[in-house]
Design a protein around this ligand. Structure first.
Ligand code: MTE
Ligand code: MO
Length: 374
């Protein structure tokens, strides 16, 4: 069993697949803390977790096929230490809601394939500066992990070089998560953190960085984690025709109450809590909620986010809470939420018109049915 040496997981994770391990954080736990603890942070593995002895750890940095250098863990720690708070979200977060509209292929994630953590490490720009590469000569920076499929092919992905070399993009080679060494499931000992970008490009167990004019040849870069028009099906899909997902679109979700929960009315209101996030460093500026299908909207009164950042570098999620008045005659309501980001991007209303065969970018309004106790 190639998975025999996988780490033990915390029992709170809702298991979506045991081998490779995939598990999500339950909604109510998710909105309890601004920084998600490592042991309850969702896990999305595609392969067995590699066993890495820090003494033997090596990171190869190459320019196309020429190996330029190999650095070790201590070398990475010598660069200035830099910390960013960023959410990481799987491209398939909330896929179960899109699947309810029309079946699709992919793990059935609820609202918990996301977490928010502080990550510390060396800036990728600092590490690449030593190579003296000219940004204009290259297009992509590829990453490979130490996790291998049975034929020896690693998990991989790439990002545009403009992003990798931009100090304001805050891309780091992280060795700490929430101030502790990164745990095995989350990429020990070194993980690429690419803030604001789909989870898939945040390569864990980083083995290799390649400066190239080509995107990563990995299946996960070229044949997966892409969006398509709702009418594209498995007979007509051409993965070469869509760009790889990079920045994630604006989204939000209700974490409490959970679907079907019975809520005690207090002063004619119910408390609602959740998260919101937009990729590309865009701040969340407003959360709108309705319990009457949009006839009247209520604005969340409390937003918690990372205040120590500059405009356009808002990588963390926003936790929000609201108290919503409920008509006295109602025994049941459907709560809807939508978030608005700094570019005034708003979530789409329904999943029907954003449906895609891989169930990615599932950012329509989140709707939760709640029973009212008076
Ligand atoms: N990196 C490697 N090496 N192997 C992987 O399977 N999964 C990716 C990404 N990085 C993956 C990886 C995907 S699809 C996601 S959503 C995130 O890691 C999940 O990160 P987490 O398990 O720390 O939550
Ligand atoms: Mo993912």
């Amino acid at each position: 069993d190639p998975y025999a040496n996988d780490p033990k997981r915390h029992k709170v994770l809702k298991v979506n697949g045991p081998k490779p391990f995939c598990g999500e954080t339950p909604g109510p736990l998710l909105c309890e803390s601004f920084l998600t603890p490592a042991n309850s942070f969702y896990v999305r593995n595609h392969l067995p977790v590699p066993e890495i002895d820090i003494k033997d750890y090596e990171l190869e940095i190459a320019i196309e096929d020429d190996t330029k250098k190999v650095i070790n863990f201590e070398d990475i720690k010598k660069y200035p230490k830099y910390t960013v708070i960023t959410a990481i979200m799987c491209g398939g977060n909330r896929r179960s809601e899109m699947n309810a509209v029309k079946p699709l292929k992919g793990l059935s994630w609820g609202v918990g394939a996301v977490g928010n953590a502080s990550w510390s490490g060396a800036r990728l720009t600092d590490v690449l500066a030593d190579l003296k590469i000219n940004e204009d000569d290259w297009k992509h920076v590829q990453f490979e992990g130490y996790d291998l499929d049975p034929s020896g092919v690693p998990y991989g992905g790439s990002i545009p070089i403009s992003r990798a070399l931009d100090p304001r993009a805050d891309v780091i080679l992280a060795y700490e998560m929430n101030g502790e060494p990164i745990s095995r499931d989350h990429g020990y000992p070194i993980r690429a953190i690419v803030p604001g970008v789909v989870g898939a490009r945040n390569i864990k167990w980083l083995a290799k960085i390649v400066i190239s004019n080509e995107e990563s040849r990995s299946q996960f870069q070229r044949g997966d984690y892409k969006g398509f028009s709702p009418s594209v099906d498995w007979d007509t899909v051409d993965f070469s025709k869509s760009p790889a997902i990079l920045d994630m679109p604006v989204t939000s979700a209700i974490c409490t109450p959970t679907p079907g929960e019975v809520i005690q009315l207090k002063d004619g209101k119910i408390p609602v809590k959740g998260y919101a996030w937009s990729g590309g460093g865009k701040k969340i500026i407003r959360i709108d909620l309705t319990v009457d299908q949009g006839k009247t909207w209520h604005v969340a009164n409390q937003l918690i986010d990372d205040e120590n950042v500059k405009e356009g570098r808002h990588w963390s999620w926003t936790l929000w809470s609201a108290e919503i008045p409920i008509d006295v005659d109602k025994n049941e309501v459907e709560v809807w939420v939508k978030a608005v980001d700094a570019s005034y991007n708003v979530q789409p209303e329904s999943f029907e018109n954003i449906w895609n065969l891989r169930g990615l970018l599932c950012n329509a309004y989140h709707r939760v049915n709640v029973k009212i106790k008076k």
